[in-house]
Design a protein around this ligand. Structure first.
Ligand SMILES: Cc1cc2nc3c(=O)[nH]c(=O)nc-3n(C[C@H](O)[C@H](O)[C@H](O)COP(=O)(O)O)c2cc1C
Length: 169
């Protein structure tokens, strides 16, 4: 599959089968995250894999959708702000780096026939408490990882002419 075909194939999946995800497939997805680039190669990320059903059920307190917590595997990408590269104007790139790792993983999952859905609308304090995150480690994004039970929605995207600017704005 070409990269553009893969990018078109990946879409948010909000319905999953209960089929398990093998350790081998999970390892490939995590490896895709590990290989992601990061500012100054700081790799300011941690990936938490949640398979335990009780923990998944508890995560309902952070994000209540059934398609999320009932999926056999949840991935939580966390960032370590103090490891993020800081630009001269003070902008910390840890979140950018974590998002790239997450995107690598969602694309790898799609390549393997697995579904994902970025979840950002969660209660961070609940995730921190339930997963026991130490101070300085922030949950950035979560996704279920499982066998899709539905096709992604059709892609709705802006036209290139709305977003591409040549030479200057
Ligand atoms: C940073 C980020 C946060 C998101 N948070 C949520 C979320 O909390 N819940 C949800 O259902 N989808 C969430 N999404 C999925 C977007 O709604 C989805 O990516 C977008 O509508 C485009 O659709 P597609 O992923 O199928 O291409 C999020 C996506 C991104 C990139």
């Amino acid at each position: 599959m070409s990269f553009l075909d893969l990018a078109a194939k990946r879409g948010s999946i909000r319905a999953y089968k209960t089929d398990p995800v093998s350790e081998e497939l999970l390892a490939q997805v995590l490896e895709a995250g590990r290989l992601a680039p990061s500012a100054a190669n700081q790799q300011p990320w941690h990936f938490i894999v949640v398979r335990d059903e009780q923990v998944r059920q508890r995560l309902q307190q952070a994000y209540a959708k059934e398609w999320f917590w009932k999926t056999p595997v949840l991935l939580v990408v966390c960032t370590e702000t103090k490891r993020g590269w800081v630009r001269q104007d003070g902008k910390n790139y840890a979140s950018v780096d974590g998002a790239i790792a997450m995107d690598h993983m969602t694309l790898c999952a799609a390549d393997l026939g697995l579904g994902t859905c970025w979840v950002g609308a969660f209660h961070p304090a609940k995730v921190k408490e339930i997963l026991g995150l130490p101070d300085g480690i922030e949950p950035l994004a979560m996704t279920p990882l499982g066998v899709p039970a539905a096709e992604p929605r059709p892609k709705i995207r802006k036209d290139l002419k709305e977003i591409v600017h040549y030479e200057r704005w």
